[in-house]
Write a protein that binds this ligand. Sequence first.
Ligand code: NAP
Ligand code: GLV
Length: 320
Amino acid sequence: MSDSLSEEAVKIAYLDGLSSPEKEAIWEAQLRQYLPNLEFVSLLDEAAINADVALVWKPPAGRLAKLKSLKVILSLGQGVDHLFCDPALPTDIPICRIIDPHMSVAMGHWVISCLIDHLRYGPAYRMQQQQHIWQGHDQIDHRGIQVGIYGIGAIGSEVAKMVASLGFSVSGWSRSQKAIADITCYSGRDGFQDMLSNCDYHVCLLPLTEETSGLFDASSFAAMKDSAYFINGGRGGHVQEADLLTAIQSGQISGAALDVFQTEPLPVDDPLWDEPRISIFPHVAAQTEPHTAVRQIAHAIADVLDGKGPANQVTAARGY
Ligand code: NAP
Ligand code: GLV
């Protein structure tokens, strides 16, 4: 780590999505191990106006553009759609995201738990338990099951490998063509259509961009098998939620597990809550952990102060 860190005070403007003072205190304490001379302020405080660094999740639109000394914007998560939705986002300084293998594993666990729960009739048996019904359903041979992962980047490629290691046949879809051992890789619109029609489980782990917004709509669900199950750990904006509900309620697909929604928190009167074939999670599939992510955040700050390009920069033109 740079020597300049111990000499220079670095001002960090912080905002997390939870407005949690406890979380903020954890981040400050963890970062202080690497940057003893730091000043931590809330992004929304007047004192943030001359901050060097923004460490943020869902900053209010226009706020970052007001910080005239800003040298780097650091996303508190792997996704950056919460930044790019701000039309005034400064794009002339580096914008970095977290890439944490610990989060990929967490997402893998969540995806696998949803997949296996559905494969082993979890929702059906829980319903039967409520009605005291003792009735078994035939076990399915998992070796014939096709799992499609849409988005095989930092998270999706690891999730694909974890699912394949359980003996499922796994396909992955990306913007550029990939080659990953044991994964059948697709790209482009034709690849998307192939995965829609061939897979039994559809797992969305894409970033939300102009190109991927609303990708899973009535026509996508119509192209899937009627036994298909949809798992979304990407973003709510990838899905036309009304089309998903119709597809499930009309028997076009069998159900869904959703961690992300167009509106979060999911409004209490949203019809998705009441559909028993949908499992709802409150955006918890892969959470940022300060203790596993702090090192890369500190390194990014050190690199910027040293005039070097920090790692994990995103490309403004493509939105991820
Ligand atoms: P990443 O490393 O940037 O990977 C994104 C993948 O999506 C890449 O394979 C990329 O293709 C592909 N992609 C992007 N645009 C595409 C398009 N138009 N057509 C086809 N493929 C496209 O992102 P990541 O770190 O894996 O994270 C993915 C997303 O997961 C995040 O953006 C966030 O929305 C979500 N996430 C959710 C949680 C949660 O708790 N629910 C936690 C963390 C992240 P290329 O490889 O060709 O670039
Ligand atoms: C969470 O959703 C993330 O993008 O890290």
